[in-house]
Design a binder for this molecule. Sequence first.
Ligand code: HEC
Length: 323
Amino acid sequence: MKIFALIPKNFNLSKKLTTLMLTIFLGGIIVSSVIYYNILLGNARNELSTQSNVLISTMDSVRKYNQDKVNPLLEKQSEEKILLESIPSYAVRGVFDILINSYKDIYGKYHYKDAMINPTNPKDKATDEEIKIIKKLSQQDKLAGQNQNIDQGFLVINGEKIFYTARPLKITQSNCLNCHISLNNSPKSLQIYYEQNKYGANQGFGWELNKIIGTKIIYVPADQIYKITNQNFLIILGIFTGIFAMTIFLATLWLKQYVVQPLNRITEVAEAVSLGDMDVQFNKHSNDEIGRLADAFMRMKTSLEITLKKLVKQRDRSHDEPS
Ligand code: HEC
């Protein structure tokens, strides 16, 4: 294999094995970390998306409940007195406030808003980022057709990474305009709120039917989920590194004990024999290739001894014979 030729030739066996394993390990770790981290990031995003979808759908259901079930019962009342609690958007905000206050540990940092370009309640005034999202939703709306129109993504707000899910706000029922077309045409009960400066002067009017005028947007903090993602990643990376380090260590140790040391011993013996020391011996360790090499070497040494003895005898005999 070509890759083996890249290992420097002057390295000894354990260095060669360590280099080979380290290269495989580093390559393997880098490739698998990139893949694994991306899978984890995908999972984190899915988790954020699922959470915010569930919440925004719940809020939509509250809105629908108020719109369809409560408001028809209060129609007469709205002329004389508006029960703000029955206004769908007001109810949604109220329910969400209860959620984040009752379950502070889980939802304390979540945020929901009906962000409007021209809101009734100044609290609903869209920020610059939200205006961009509303514009995006309006463009998508023209293309989306029957598809669910939604925008999701990340924003950094006050240094924190936040995942948002935004759905469009569109007026589809003409009776909504009773209160949202102009101050003069709205019920007296609503005008009173404007007189009391509860709402911004002439704000929240002139809304058009079937046009996207705002967005229902939910903000879910992403830092915590990404912190957990990074922790999980580091744990798995640590385990992998540990296993690989242990493998390299044990493989090198094994190579030293069962290959390098016996080979060194065979070399020592061969050197001693070559210098004429026929008494050197070695203990046979194993029946593997190294063991067989040792056996073959011992046989060679024995036959060398026999040949040498024969030669010596012949020489002695030829010395003793009278010429
Ligand atoms: C009786 C009057 C009235 C009617 C009818 C009415 N609204 Fe409103 N709407 C209000 C008031 C008042 C607010 C501000 C509530 C608050 O203080 O948060 C509001 C707020 C909103 C908001 C939140 C953003 C903002 O402007 O502050 C949306 C969205 C909204 N209305 C949509 C609708 C839709 C859709 C309908 C029809 C299904 C509708 N409204 C019918 C009075 C009305």
